[in-house]
Design a protein around this ligand. Structure first.
Ligand code: GSH
Length: 268
């Protein structure tokens, strides 16, 4: 009934898998090799013309855009509810996916590719790397990918993108100070599932101290990791070598990244 085209490490895939797992939904898995360019394969592009994961297929309906997929899943499978019942509180919960889609996701792409898989991609034959970069349909995203692959954390886009992610942690810290415990209200919901992959990514890229410096975010992060859905949707899909690659590459550039984290925190 449900088929998911996704990738183990992809933030947008993780947020959809979290919602599916929290609702106890199983799916047929089609893993897309993003570093190998599987998202550009003509058969896949027929499903997702944006050349990205995830794509959910439900009874023949093809659904794209992770935040909208999560809304769809919450509508089609209402239990447990992952949005508050009160309309104003629902609006508040929906501001998180909007922020994540508008600002945080593009910034995460910059920070991830400047640090994480960069060395692996630089080891690919140049023509393979170029072909996969050229196939990115969005011009701004294509230019940013080219820049961070070439310049790493010294790319002009890097500091601003990192600052956007640190700003997310600050917004979360403030929100969690006055919330009933979750970004979505009284229980783990769409806002929390949406935010988790970006906090996890910072952790995986060795930017863990920025999480630890914010007690409410740290507590939230630990509570999300303790949910059964986290294992089903996130950690069970990650292999130790993948995580080690991200952390090792993050540690290797930490001396350059730490002052930028510090500056972003100081400027809030
Ligand atoms: N707005 C889209 C963004 C999806 C997206 O950027 N997916 C990434 C993985 S998290 C991807 O497929 N990237 C392919 C690439 O960078 O070439 C959504 O929320 O579904």
């Amino acid at each position: 009934m449900l088929e998911l085209y996704h990738n183990a490490v992809s933030t947008c895939s993780q947020k959809v898998r979290l919602v599916l797992a929290h609702k106890g939904l199983e799916f047929t898995s089609h893993e897309i090799d993003l570093l190998g360019g599987g998202q550009h394969a003509p058969e896949y592009v027929k499903l997702n013309p944006n050349h990205v994961v995830p794509t959910l297929v439900h009874d023949g309906a093809v659904l794209i855009e992770s935040s909208l997929i999560n809304e769809f899943v919450n509508d089609a499978f209402p239990e447990p509810a992952m949005l508050p019942a009160d309309p104003a509180a629902r609006h508040g919960a929906r501001l998180w996916p909007k922020l994540l889609d508008d600002k945080v996701h593009p910034a995460t792409g910059v920070v991830t590719f400047a640090i994480g898989p960069r060395s692996m991609l630089l080891n690919q034959p140049k023509e393979v790397r170029e072909a996969n970069t050229n196939a990115i349909p969005d011009p701004a995203r294509r230019a940013a990918r080219r820049s961070v692959l070439e310049h790493g954390v010294k790319a002009p886009e890097f500091a601003g993108a990192l600052s956007t992610l640190i700003n997310l942690l600050d917004r979360m810290e403030n929100a969690l100070l006055s919330s009933a415990g979750w970004l979505s209200g009284e229980s783990f919901g769409l806002a929390d599932a949406g935010a988790l992959p970006y906090v996890l990514r910072l952790d995986h890229l060795f930017i863990t101290s920025a999480i630890e410096a914010r007690p409410k975010v740290l507590d939230w992060y630990q509570r999300v990791q303790a949910l059964p859905a986290f294992a089903t949707a996130v950690s069970d899909w990650l292999t130790p070598p993948m995580v080690a690659m991200l952390r090792t590459n993050g540690e290797a550039v930490w001396d350059e990244v730490a002052p930028l984290v510090e500056a972003s925190s100081a400027s809030d």
